[in-house]
Ligand binder design. Structure first.
Ligand code: NOJ
Length: 736
C-alpha cells in the first residue's frame, strides 16, 4: 500500500511537471482523439502528431502502424508524449467469446474476468492500450439492439460483472505488459432509451437513476476503471455529453473519479443536433465545461477550444484538469517508459487458453429454457440419425455476434461441425439449412428440411437472429424470431419427431409462438468462436446446462419493460384478480374485469423469468434460515439454504439470494438480487449455501438523494431463479 501511494505521488509530480511545460495548443491536443482508420495513418497523422495536436487515436490495429505512430509522437514531438490507442475490444479481440449479455448469463464473474484478461492480452499484442469496454448500461428493453453488449437488467449482477471486466482488462498493475485501460460506458442512462430505439431520449427520475442506472458505473469507478465514456443519449433534457450533473456533480464531486472522460463518437458536435447548442463552438464549450476531457473522433475541441480559452469563456483550470486526467492515465499505463509494442512478448491470438476460456464461457452462458420429458440430453447410443436444420447451424460469422471488428472468423467452430465431430460414425447427421438467413421469407427449402426430419430420430433446429440484427443502431420493434422461422418450426413439428430448438440471438426474444411447438429450447445467445463445441457438449450431456437468464423474456413485446425488480403498485396482479380478453363477460363487461395492474391480452408474468435456467438434474432448495431475526444497523446477517441435487448427474447451479424491503420512504422493488453463488453438486449431495449480508447491502437512495438503510422488515428468498418461493424474514433495528 505504502509503495502504491509513493508511486502515485510520483505520477502526480511527473504529471504536474509535464503540464507546466505545455503550451495551450499542446494541452488541447491531448484532449483530441483522432480516427486513425482513414488511409495510411502515419502519413496523414504525422504532422498533427509532431505538433502535439493528438492525445489519442482509435481504430488502428496493425502493430507496425501503431508503433510508428507512437514513434512519431514520442521521438518527433516537442514533449514526446505517447498516445493512447483505443479500440472496441468488447467480447474478445481475435478470439471471440460470447456476447456480453451471454457472458452475463454465466453468472460467473471470475470467468468473465479471465475472458477480459485474455482479450486484453490479444489486443495489447496489436499495440492497443485502451478498450472501450465494459458497457455497463442496464437494459430492461430487449428491443434495444445494444442489450447484446449489456449486462442485462439487474443492478447487482451488472455491478459484479462491471468489477470483473475492469479487473480483467486492467489487471492489478496497469503498467504491466498486457494490461489495458478499461472504459465504463455509456455514462449514463443509455440502456433506458425510449421504446428501445437506439440513441433515443432517456427520462429517468433521479432516485431511479441513482438506484439503478448509475450503480454499475459506481462499481466500475470503485474497481479503479481508468476511463468513462459519455452516452449518445439525452438524459432528462440534457444530453449526457453536456451533462454537468453526471460528469461533475456525480462522477467527480461525489465519486472522486480520478480517470478521464471521453465523449462517444462525435457526440460533442451532436449536442447541436440534439438542440442544446447552436454550433460546434458552443458544443465544445458545453462539453468541456460539463467535464468531457477528451473528444472522440470529432473536431469541435480541435477547432474551438483554443479560442474559447483565449476569449476567457473557458478557464485554463478546466483545461489543465482535463489534461491532467488524461496524462495520469498515460503515466499509470507506463506508456512513457514502454511506448512500443513487441507482440512476441504476448501470447499469440487464438491461443489454447483463450479458446478454452471462450468455450467455457459459452458452455456456462447457454440457458436451458425448457426440456419436456427429459428430451435432452441426447445419447449417441440411443440415436441412429439426427436432422440438423436451420440458418444458424453452420454460420461461423453469425455465431460471433455484434462488435467483432478484429475477430478471427477462422477460429469459429459451428454447432454442425461440432456435432459431427462429437457423434463420429455412431450417428448419421443430416443437414438442411432451410433458410438463407434468419430473416428469410423464402420457404422453398422447407420441404427438404421436413424430409430429413421425417427420416431421422429427431430434429435440432438452429434458429434465432444473425449478428446484424443486434448491436448499435440495430434495434427491433418486433422481437419474435424473424423471417419465416416460426413456420419452419411448425412444419418440422408436424413430422411428429421430437424437436429441439437451439436459439442463437443477440437479445431475449418473444418465443410464445414456438414455445409449445418444441420439446426443448437451449438459448445460446451469440456464443462466439467456441459456441459450436459448447452447444454440442450440452446437447449430448457431456455437461449439464447452467446458464441463467440475465434478462426477463417477455411473452409479447407489449409487456416491455418487464423485469423482476418491478414495484408492487397499489393494485398488484395475482392469479385471482386478472381476466383474459377472451373471458370478458359479454353481458357484464365492466364487472368481469379484474381491477389490477395487468394486460388483458396476455398473462401478467413473463414467459421466462430473470434468473431462470434449467439443468439436466433437479435441485431441491430447503431450510432457508437467517443467523438472526433482528440485526442492528451496521451489522451483518447470514442467510442460508440447503441445496440438494436430486438427479443423476453432477451439475452446476447458480444459487440466488433475493430480498425485499417491505416498507420504506420510497417504494422498493418486490425483489432485488443481493447475492449469487455458482456451485457444483454431485447426485444426492446436499450443499449448504450461505450468503452474508451487511445492512449497507440493503441501502437505497431516498427522497433526499442520500444512500440510506431504513430499519424495518425484510423478506429474503433463496432459489434457482427470481421466482424463488423459499422465504425467510428478518428485521433491521436501530437501537443506537
Ligand atoms: C460508438 C459506440 O456507441 C461506442 O460504444 C464505441 O465505443 C464507439 N463508437 C467507438 O467505436
Amino acid at each position: 500500500m505504502a509503495n502504491k501511494l509513493k508511486e502515485s505521488e510520483t505520477i502526480e509530480q511527473r504529471m504536474t511537471a509535464l503540464l507546466a511545460q505545455m503550451t495551450l495548443a499542446e494541452k488541447i491536443g491531448q484532449m483530441c482523439q483522432l480516427n486513425a482508420s482513414e488511409g495510411y495513418a502515419p502519413d496523414y497523422l504525422a504532422d498533427d502528431l509532431r505538433a502535439g495536436r493528438v492525445g489519442s487515436v482509435l481504430n488502428v490495429v496493425d502493430v507496425d502502424v501503431v508503433n510508428e505512430l507512437q514513434r512519431i509522437a514520442v521521438e518527433e514531438s516537442r514533449l514526446g508524449i505517447p498516445l493512447l490507442v483505443g479500440r472496441d475490444v468488447i467480447h474478445g479481440f481475435k478470439t471471440i467469446m460470447p456476447i456480453p449479455l451471454g457472458q452475463a448469463a454465466t453468472w460467473n464473474p471470475a470467468l468473465v474476468k479471465e475472458g477480459a484478461h485474455l482479450a486484453a492480452l490479444e489486443a495489447a499484442g496489436a499495440g492497443i492500450n485502451w478498450t472501450f469496454a465494459p458497457m455497463v448500461d442496464i437494459s430492461r428493453d430487449a428491443r434495444w439492439g445494444r442489450i447484446a453488449e449489456s449486462p442485462g437488467e439487474c443492478v447487482f449482477l451488472a455491478r459484479m460483472l462491471a468489477i470483473a471486466a475492469v479487473e480483467g482488462f486492467q489487471g492489478d498493475d496497469l503498467s504491466a505488459t498486457g494490461a489495458i485501460a478499461a472504459c465504463a460506458k455509456h455514462f449514463a442512462g443509455y440502456g433506458a432509451v425510449e421504446s428501445g430505439r437506439d440513441y433515443a431520449t432517456t427520462n429517468l427520475p433521479e432516485t431511479k437513476l441513482r438506484n439503478v442506472w448509475l450503480r454499475p458505473f459506481k462499481a466500475a469507478v470503485d474497481a479503479g476503471v481508468m476511463t468513462m465514456m459519455t452516452s449518445f443519449s439525452d438524459l432528462n433534457g440534457v444530453p449526457a455529453t453536456g451533462n454537468s450533473f453526471l460528469l461533475r456533480q456525480v462522477l467527480r464531486d461525489e465519486w472522486n473519479f480520478g480517470g478521464f472522460v471521453v465523449s462517444d463518437w462525435d457526440s460533442v458536435r451532436q449536442l447541436q443536433i440534439h438542440g442544446l447548442t447552436e454550433n460546434d463552438r458552443e458544443s465544445a464549450f458545453e462539453a468541456a465545461t460539463a467535464g468531457v476531457d477528451m473528444e472522440m473522433a470529432g473536431d469541435a475541441y480541435r477547432h474551438h477550444l483554443i479560442g474559447l480559452v483565449e476569449e476567457g469563456r473557458i478557464g485554463i483550470d478546466t483545461i489543465d484538469t482535463a489534461v491532467a486526467n488524461i496524462l495520469r492515465a498515460k503515466f499509470r499505463l507506463g506508456l512513457f517508459e514502454n511506448s512500443f509494442t513487441d507482440p512476441a512478448e504476448l501470447p499469440p491470438p487464438g491461443n489454447a487458453r483463450a479458446l478454452a476460456t471462450a468455450q467455457k464461457l459459452a458452455l456456462q452462458s447457454v440457458v436451458l429454457l425448457k426440456n419436456d420429458h427429459g428430451t435432452l440430453p441426447l445419447s449417441t447410443q440411443r440415436l441412429s440419425s439426427i436432422a440438423v436444420i436451420g440458418p444458424l447451424a453452420d454460420a461461423r460469422y453469425e455465431q460471433l455476434g455484434t462488435w467483432i471488428f478484429d475477430g478471427d472468423e477462422e477460429l469459429a467452430i459451428t454447432p454442425l461441425h461440432a456435432i459431427n465431430s462429437l457423434v463420429g460414425d455412431d450417428v448419421d447427421v443430416r443437414y438442411v439449412r432451410a433458410m438463407e438467413n434468419s430473416r428469410s421469407k423464402a420457404t422453398e427449402a422447407f420441404d427438404a428440411a421436413v424430409e430429413i426430419a421425417k427420416d431421422s430420430d429427431l430434429a435440432i433446429l438452429f434458429l434465432g437472429e444473425e449478428s446484424i440484427l443486434s448491436g448499435e443502431a440495430h434495434s427491433r420493434a418486433d422481437i419474435n424470431l424473424p423471417g419465416d422461422q416460426a413456420d419452419l418450426v411448425r412444419r418440422i413439428r408436424e413430422t411428429g419427431k421430437p424437436v429441439i430448438a437451439v436459439i442463437l440471438a443477440g437479445r431475449p426474444l418473444t418465443l410464445t409462438n414456438i414455445v409449445d411447438q418444441v420439446d426443448a429450447i437451449l438459448f445460446a445467445w451469440h456464443p462466439g468462436a467456441m459456441g459450436g463445441p459448447a452447444i454440442a457438449d450440452l446437447l449430448f450431456g457431456i455437461e449439464s446446462p447452467s446458464g441463467k437468464l440475465p434478462a426477463t423474456f417477455p411473452r409479447m413485446v407489449g409487456q416491455i419493460p418487464i423485469y423482476y425488480s418491478q414495484k408492487n403498485t397499489g393494485k398488484p396482479p395475482s392469479r385471482d384478480n386478472v381476466v383474459h380478453i377472451d373471458d370478458i363477460d359479454t353481458y357484464a363487461p365492466q364487472t368481469s374485469l379484474g381491477m389490477s395492474s395487468f394486460h388483458l391480452d396476455t398473462c401478467f408474468t413473463p414467459l421466462f423469468a430473470f434468473g431462470h435456467g434449467l439443468s439436466y438434474t433437479c435441485f431441491d432448495y430447503q431450510r432457508i434460515r437467517t443467523s438472526a431475526d433482528e440485526i442492528e444497523l451496521g451489522d451483518t446477517v447470514t442467510i442460508s439454504a440447503d441445496v440438494m441435487n436430486r438427479g443423476e448427474v453432477t451439475a452446476e447451479e447458480v444459487v440466488q439470494l433475493y430480498c425485499r424491503d417491505l416498507v420504506a420512504s420510497i417504494t422498493r422493488p418486490v425483489k432485488e438480487l443481493k447475492g449469487f453463488r455458482r456451485v457444483r453438486i454431485e447426485p444426492n449431495q446436499t450443499l449448504t449455501v450461505d450468503f452474508e449480508l451487511h445492512t449497507d447491502d440493503l441501502a437505497f437512495y431516498g427522497r433526499d438523494m442520500q444512500r440510506t438503510v431504513e430499519p424495518g422488515e425484510f423478506h429474503a428468498w433463496i432459489g434457482g431463479s427470481s421466482e424463488a418461493e423459499l422465504r425467510t424474514d428478518f428485521r433491521i433495528i436501530d437501537s443506537g
